[in-house]
Design a protein around this ligand. Structure first.
Ligand SMILES: Cc1cc2nc3c(=O)[nH]c(=O)nc-3n(C[C@H](O)[C@H](O)[C@H](O)COP(=O)(O)OP(=O)(O)OC[C@H]3O[C@@H](n4cnc5c(N)ncnc54)[C@H](O)[C@@H]3O)c2cc1C
Length: 323
């Protein structure tokens, strides 16, 4: 939209059936829909003396997000209309760079189309970071993309990590009556937030039945093959739970993109070079670009909200506009 306003002709390539990305389909909107239900049930539980209220066992997770489909469809339709109104064409398929000005788009029906552009903006988002030693099977051990695909609300949940996504889901499930154990190697969750606010969050989390185990390192995580995920900690403690959420950060989603051919370097090279390569410091951690190439990478690298928006604004500033 910013590029159109800057007088450019724009096309969007999206591999999923609908636009909206992680925010609409698996991140912000789905988690907030479940959060609304959790808050509502938690208020009802507070009136339990009057209402005799309990959550039934084996409650289907889908029953807690009944409005989700409707909300997601409304967002996708709204965004689609916005793109159309601004004359932006959407191509559905998986994009990969052929060269720095040419991308190849492969559709689900196998057809391939090539799109050439003077400037290519990469906003392929992020995916959950999965440590190789933890076998995520998306059934018992889940990540932040698959957590809402659980069929039934578990009686207990272990959450690995103490970041934003870990805390959000830990508190939502605790408010839904699940016995949640959050484990992190730091002494408190949300290290970047004021300690007083974090203490308030942890207090509320514990009052709703959760527990936070800080300064703990994971020795192993295993599904026992019957009913429990068993987490052994370096301290010798063992935590068993019905399900586990692994929320140990997110990584840039650039595999298969051939980003090198577009002049965009991988995570490590970027970490070392981005600050030097970018004229605009504030955007340095969100997007990166080699001075001599037309590709610009932006958007979500690690789950931080608003990345794409800020990076786009930066990318289309006249000084930074690729020639
Ligand atoms: C559980 C959770 C809760 C969150 N809650 C919040 C919140 O409350 N507030 C907030 O501000 N942020 C929140 N976020 C973060 C927010 O979702 C992201 O910051 C935002 O989605 C990033 O947008 P993006 O456009 O950069 O990337 P994405 O939304 O990930 O979009 C990338 C798009 O690129 C497509 N794509 C990837 N590779 C290719 C390819 N090769 N070819 C074609 N298409 C491709 C993907 O299909 C996807 O549609 C949350 C995230 C999660 C996981």
């Amino acid at each position: 939209m910013q590029a159109v306003k800057a007088g450019r002709r724009v096309a969007v390539v999206e591999q999923e059936a609908g636009v909206g990305g992680m925010c609409v389909h698996r991140g912000t909107i789905p988690s907030k829909t479940l959060r609304e239900t959790a808050l509502h049930l938690s208020r009802l539980r507070r009136s339990a003396a009057l209402l005799e209220f309990t959550i039934k066992p084996d409650l289907e997770v889908a029953a807690l997000t009944t409005r989700l489909d409707e909300v997601v469809k409304a967002h996708v339709a709204y965004m689609g209309r916005q793109l159309e109104r601004n004359g932006i064409r959407v191509f559905h398929g998986r994009a990969r760079f052929v060269s720095d000005r040419l991308v190849e788009v492969q559709s689900v029906d196998g057809s391939v189309r090539r799109i050439e552009a003077a400037a290519i903006f990469i906003a392929t988002g992020s995916r959950p970071r999965t440590p190789p030693e933890i076998g995520i099977d998306h059934e018992n051990i889940l990540d932040s993309d698959s957590i809402l695909s659980m069929l039934y609300l578990p009686a207990s949940l272990t959450v690995l990590g103490g970041g934003v996504i870990a805390c959000e889901y830990a508190s939502i499930f605790a408010h839904l009556g699940v016995a949640v154990t959050m484990i992190d190697r730091a002494d408190r969750p949300l290290k970047f937030i004021d300690p007083e606010l974090v203490a308030k969050f942890v207090g509320d989390f514990e009052r709703s039945g959760g527990r936070f185990l800080g300064e703990r390192n994971i020795a192993s995580v295993e599904w026992d093959g019957v009913s429990k995920v068993v987490t052994r900690l370096a301290s010798g403690e063992v935590v068993g739970s019905d399900k586990m959420l692994v929320a140990l950060g997110r990584a840039a989603s650039i595999e298969g993109l051939g980003a090198g051919r577009g002049g965009v370097e991988g995570e490590r090279a970027r970490a070392a070079r981005s600050r030097r390569a970018l004229p605009h410091r504030r955007a340095a951690y969100l997007c990166h670009r080699r001075r001599d190439r037309p590709a610009v990478a932006g958007g979500d690298r690690d789950g931080a909200g608003g990345g794409a928006r800020r990076a786009t604004r930066w990318a289309w500033r006249p000084a930074a506009r690729p020639r």
